[in-house]
Design a protein around this ligand. Structure first.
Ligand SMILES: [Zn+2]
Ligand SMILES: [Zn+2]
Length: 191
């Protein structure tokens, strides 16, 4: 996903990219694995213009990843949708203090500041892959859930409680122990 800077003007122009699962897998810093499997390709839409020496980018990123539900362990698709805004200044002869940012500037012609909305560019072309990976990472669910009201698995027999009750609950529905177990097993809070 490369963006030519020398063709930008003061008038915003739309740029669009689409990347699939192979791209997402190639973004994993070895040997770790990225979460999720791409079910629907990521689409990146960017409005870009220049203002003086600054480059302004505003856009959105959408796609669907497959996760495993933290309660019932079923696979489900979750749509990732994230907007972003980025103002880039020419790095000139400046070097970022952070070695990772310095490496990114060298590699991608682009590095981000601390607040993720400001950055520096160098050269006539910026490589957006690392930036998009960051945007996706920020949008990933901390605690993947197939649904807010997922009932999860029975702690005793392992049955998927979304599919209906299990023998354990039916056996002693009103026992105080069942109530306590339900409380104990209910996952605390949302993601
Ligand atoms: Zn679930
Ligand atoms: Zn059960």
């Amino acid at each position: 996903m490369k963006l030519s800077l020398d063709q930008l003007s003061a008038i915003s122009e739309q740029h669009a990219f689409e990347v699939d699962g192979r791209w997402w897998e190639s973004q994993a810093p070895m040997p770790s694995r990225l979460p999720g499997r791409v079910l629907e390709p990521f689409r990146v839409e960017i409005e870009a213009h220049e203002m003086g020496e600054q480059v302004h980018l505003e856009g959105s990123l959408t796609g669907t990843l497959e996760f495993e539900c933290g309660r019932c362990l079923a696979s489900y698709g979750e749509r990732i949708g994230e907007g972003f805004r980025l103002v880039l200044e020419p790095a000139g002869s400046r070097l970022p203090a952070d070695p990772e940012a310095a490496a990114a500037l060298e590699r991608d012609g682009l590095c981000l500041g601390d607040d993720f909305e400001m950055g520096w560019y160098r050269g006539f072309e910026i490589q957006l892959d690392a930036f998009c990976r960051e945007v996706i990472s920020l949008a990933l669910p901390v605690k993947p859930l197939c649904g807010e009201d997922c009932a999860g698995l029975c702690a005793r027999c392992g049955a998927d409680l979304n599919q209906g009750g299990c023998p354990c609950a039916q056996a002693r529905p009103d026992s105080p122990f069942a109530v306590l177990a339900a409380l104990r097993d209910s996952p605390e809070g949302a993601k």
